[in-house]
Design a protein around this ligand. Structure first.
Ligand code: F0G
Length: 462
């Protein structure tokens, strides 16, 4: 059959808020033109993130009821640990309440000021946790990966030549570990090939530098490998995931993505000394090592979800939904990152709004237009999220790209929801010249996108 169907049916529904344009204008104004500050009840289709927004399966809800809430030695912890060990093979596994808690423990225990952490592309929280301890986060994407419109297959790959040059110039001692993010969220949800992970590992091995996988979307990456990398077509997603993790010395994970859960994560490693430090910091900031900031029932839901994410029918449907949207936008000449990523469609806001400069924040203009036109919430991944103000000045340093992400919550929206999004985008595309510039009036020193206030730059303040 040519039609790829949702491999589930719907047992419970949740009403979608439908609003008028006047209501949306008022809501956006009171949210200081920042969609992060909107109330969810004012949003019709929420594509802000694929993180923690998925629908759990009947099996996950059933597992939830088995939650053992014992403070120490919970049965749910054992189930969580054995599932994570089956998939990743790591000796030491620590539950955390989400991905950034794992990143924080890793950065706080292993880094000192002046250290360097390479990655294909750091996600915002990973970068912020590294910078918070005074270390430097360096992105080493391949030239292909930096080219938005190249249809190359593994555009999340790390540039191994650049990695080797960085190690040679800075010295291995300055690099306590290297990371690789699968899939590469900041760069368009693009996958990393097994061959690339293997050659990154080989290069690091020469200098005794450990490799840590940011594994948030490990199952989506495994599917890309199965579909597109020679030699993997007959391997199961579980086998591919196991091979990927076998190349790493540690992993950080947000179970809010490919754990198909609403909360949760973990940190894992082989090294006993690392584990000792992680355990001590975990107890200080997250909780006892058999729950780490999670309820027993959350551990159960994650244990089931991690396996469901590796089901082939599920991944086939998931990738088909992203492809469906991507191909319809390409048909309309709407500029998007190609090929389609695993969890989202990324629009190139710089090309969408050629009349705006990076300092006009074209991504914010596009995100706000989508909300005003159709009640859709997207997110900017451009100069607000990744740019910064030059210290001691008011000068903005632009990000390398101005992207807007439409992230797909897992198992939540149907094809007609996506048809609606395509129709709204089509309308905004035809009126793109009217998208205004925005200016920041208030911002935090870290992760400013979450709380910044904006005003329209084409309207005089009263
Ligand atoms: N690493 C990557 C690649 C991520 O995409 C995220 C979160 C994290 C780490 C942190 O995990 O949210 O559980 O603390 N990404 C979400 C997103 C927020 O919208 O892409 P977390």
């Amino acid at each position: 059959m040519r039609t790829i169907i949702e491999p589930f049916r719907i047992k419970m529904t949740e009403a979608l808020p439908v609003t008028t344009r006047a209501q949306r204008e008022a809501s956006l104004a009171s949210a200081h033109n920042n969609v992060f500050l909107l109330d969810a009840e004012d949003i019709t289709i929420d594509l802000l993130t694929d993180s923690g927004t998925g629908a759990m399966s009947a099996r996950q809800w059933a597992a939830l009821m088995q939650g053992d809430e014992s403070y120490a030695g919970s049965v749910s912890w054992r189930r969580f640990e054995s599932t994570v060990r089956e998939i990743t093979g790591f000796k030491h596994i620590f539950p955390t309440h989400q991905g950034r808690a794992a990143e924080r423990i890793l950065a706080a225990t292993r880094l000192k000021p002046g250290d360097i952490v390479p990655n294909n592309s750091h996600f915002d929280t990973t970068r912020a946790n590294i910078e918070y301890v005074g270390a430097q986060a360096v992105d080493l994407l391949t030239p292909e990966g930096q080219d938005i419109y190249s249809d190359a297959r593994f555009k999340g790959n790390m540039d191994v030549g650049k990695l080797e040059r960085l190690i040679e110039t800075k010295g291995a001692k300055a690099i306590p570990f290297c990371m690789i993010t699968v899939t590469n969220n900041a760069g368009g949800g693009q996958p990393v090939s097994m061959e690339n992970i293997r050659s990154v590992k080989k290069t690091l091995g020469k200098y005794n530098i450990p490799l840590v996988i940011d594994a948030c979307r490990y199952a989506e990456n495994s599917y890309f490998i199965k579909e597109n990398e020679p030699g993997f077509a007959d391997r199961s997603l579980m086998e591919i995931a196991q091979e990927m993790f076998s190349l790493a010395d540690g992993a950080t994970m947000s179970a809010k993505k490919d754990g198909l859960a609403n909360i949760g994560g973990f940190l894992a490693c082989h090294d006993d000394e690392w584990a000792e430090d992680f355990r001590n910091m975990l107890i200080l900031t997250e909780g006892f090592p058999t729950y780490g900031g999670l309820a027993g029932r959350d551990l159960e839901a994650v244990a089931v979800g991690l396996k469901e994410a590796l089901e082939l029918e599920y991944q086939r449907y998931r990738h088909a939904t992203v492809d469906y949207m991507a191909s319809r936008l390409i048909e309309r000449d709407i500029p998007i990152v190609r090929p389609a990523g695993g969890h989202a469609v990324f629009i190139d806001a710089a090309d969408f709004c050629p009349h705006l400069k990076p300092s006009d924040f074209p991504g914010i203009g596009l995100v706000n237009a989508l909300y005003l036109e159709g009640g859709i919430r997207a997110v900017e991944l451009g100069s607000v999220m990744f740019g910064r103000v030059l210290p001691g000045t008011k000068e903005e340093i632009a990000a390398p790209r101005e992207l807007v992400r439409l992230a797909f919550p897992r198992r939540v929206y149907t094809q007609s929801h996506f048809d609606y999004v395509i129709e709204v985008l089509d309308l905004v595309w035809r009126q793109r010249g009217a998208i205004p510039p925005y200016r920041i009036t208030k911002q935090a020193p870290f992760l400013r996108h979450f709380t910044a206030h904006f005003v329209r730059g084409d309207v005089e303040p009263c």
